[in-house]
Design a protein around this ligand. Structure first.
Ligand code: DC
Length: 235
């Protein structure tokens, strides 16, 4: 393994990015960074402050100086994300966050704020980071770029199964519509939109098992790690 590896994993919601990236990190001894959790954490901060829905008229840049974000990747593969010392790892998964995150993650000052943190956290260690714009904006010269995809039907079924395991029943059509809506939001954002980097390796996971995807990504990383230095390493 090279001394410092940057692995970028992008893809739409529900493609399995987070779950497979965590496992790849554990297997290869990388630190996993969940960029989506940071956008969720900033959204949590503004919702706490305003006690009401967020809209695009809010100046999200103004209070960023009051937000201290931290994220720790634990040996069991989970992450703890905190805002000003408060552990928000569970609350950032609430429906209210998902409903309000669009206007927050569209705001350029928020994107710059998150991106500079992501780069700082990656400056001295090997990482695997998932998101929407990691291989295009955050680390355009990443050592390995993966674009994970899966059909809307498969992503919807996975989500329904995930919730079923927690004892919750979801309506299939409603889940599909939400996925289509999030895809469109992620792909049409003016800055940092979801787009496959030209040099990303695309893996369609629709017909693959989770373990198969993990093994494929590990294989790609190890193969890359044994090759020529990247432009970033030569600098
Ligand atoms: O991956 P996730 O579902 O936790 O991401 C939450 C939201 O944050 C999602 O609506 C898209 C946005 N996001 C983004 O704009 N850029 C990233 N690098 C990661 C997530």
């Amino acid at each position: 393994m090279k001394e410092r590896m940057i692995v970028a994993v992008d893809g739409p919601a529900g493609s399995g990015k987070s779950s497979v990236s965590r496992e790849v990190a554990l297997r290869l001894g990388l630190t996993y960074i969940d960029s989506g959790a940071l956008y969720r954490a900033v959204t949590w901060f503004y919702l706490e402050q305003r006690h009401g829905p967020l809209d695009a008229s809010i100046d999200f840049g103004r209070e960023l100086g009051a937000i201290a974000l931290t994220q720790e990747f634990l040996p069991d593969g989970s992450s703890v994300t905190a805002v000003n010392g408060t552990d928000v790892s569970a609350s950032i998964r609430d429906e209210a966050i998902t409903k309000n995150i669009g206007v927050v993650s569209d705001a350029v000052p928020v994107r710059n704020f998150v991106n500079s943190l992501l780069r700082r956290w990656s400056s001295s260690r090997s990482i695997i980071m998932d998101g929407r714009d990691i291989g295009t904006v955050v680390f355009p010269d990443a050592d390995v770029k993966i674009y994970l995809d899966a059909s809307v039907d498969v992503r919807a079924l996975r989500r329904i199964k995930e919730y079923g395991e927690m004892g919750k029943t979801l309506d299939e059509n409603a889940v599909k519509n939400l996925i289509i809506q999030r895809d469109s939001q992620d792909k049409s954002r003016p800055f940092g939109r979801l787009v496959r980097a030209e040099d990303a390796i695309c893996i369609d996971t629709s017909e693959m098992t989770r373990d198969g995807v993990i093994e494929e990504i590990c294989r790609i990383i190890l193969e890359q790690s044994a090759t020529e230095p990247t432009p970033r390493e030569r600098q």
